[in-house]
Design a protein around this ligand. Sequence first.
Ligand code: NAD
Length: 320
Amino acid sequence: MPLGRILVEEFQPDVLKWLRQKVELVVVNPWVEPERWELEASRVDAVISRKGKITREQMQKSAGRLKIIARTGVGVDPSRVDLDGAKEFKVWVTNQPGSNSVSVTELVFGQMIALVRHTFEANKAVKENRWSEYLKFIGTELAEKTLGIIGMGNIGTRVALRALAFEMDCLVYDPYIPESHVTALGGKWVGLDELLAESDVVTIHCPLTPDTNGMIDERRLVLMKASAYLINAARGGIVKEDVLWSALKQRQIAGAALDVVENEPPPKNHPLFQLGNVVLTPHIGALTFEASKRGEWGAAEEVIRVLEGKKPKNPVIEGA
Ligand code: NAD
């Protein structure tokens, strides 16, 4: 007798095989079949979500059947789960803290190098037989430059550690951690405006919350140096996209690398696609074999715990 019916995404085969021995599985890619995801979410006992969103309406429609929404990743903002709805309908919400922080950190350094060394444009030039244009791609060293880290949690801390190896100075803005956590890693704990004004590269690693929604707005982007780069591998809503577009277009800042946008997937012909000084990736910060394995196994085990009547290990919202 299966423990319940679970909605999952296209996870790794060993995770799906393990789950199939215990539950009835409905496998849906929410970005390929959004209508089916929406329909099935209210007909199951549990959801394991990587990209799929669960709304208050779906929880209401489920009429008490849905017991747990287990995130394979870290973020539990409205782009993934309606937390107020989960509280109201007493649905457990769990996440996997730290499961993907190495993967995101490594992508951030890849993006940083792509920005300062223009590797994407250089690659394009070679393939278009423009090898001799190499002088266009003169870059900037990261050593002795200042890296501004917004949010010093699991990812921000790993970014700061690796910045030491790159011989960079670090400024950190995170009002919720002790200053000693920053100074222990050789960084300086500063206010957000100072960080933006002083950094050569700014990287965002805080969650999307009512406080951080639109935090990088017009006034704050103006504070940045014209030679500075902005990296966002956290959540799209933290940076005001229209304002960023103007800043990049007018070369008010040198460039940006975005792993996330406000609405995912972005519409065709998104204005940012026109710009040469922005590097875009489709929210792949956590997409490595190692992080997927940790996150998917962790979330699968949470679901089984709850369906067996036990408490989950990483509750963000307490269910019934
Ligand atoms: P974490 O919870 O370990 O750290 C978040 C840090 O942000 C904490 O130290 C917290 O104090 C700080 N913070 C909270 N509010 C802040 C504010 N207003 N200003 C500055 N700092 C603030 O989370 P993490 O694992 O480091 O992940 C950070 C975020 O990255 C997640 O919330 C998620 O949205 C995003 N993320 C994206 C990907 C991806 O694939 N691109 C993968 C994992 C996480």
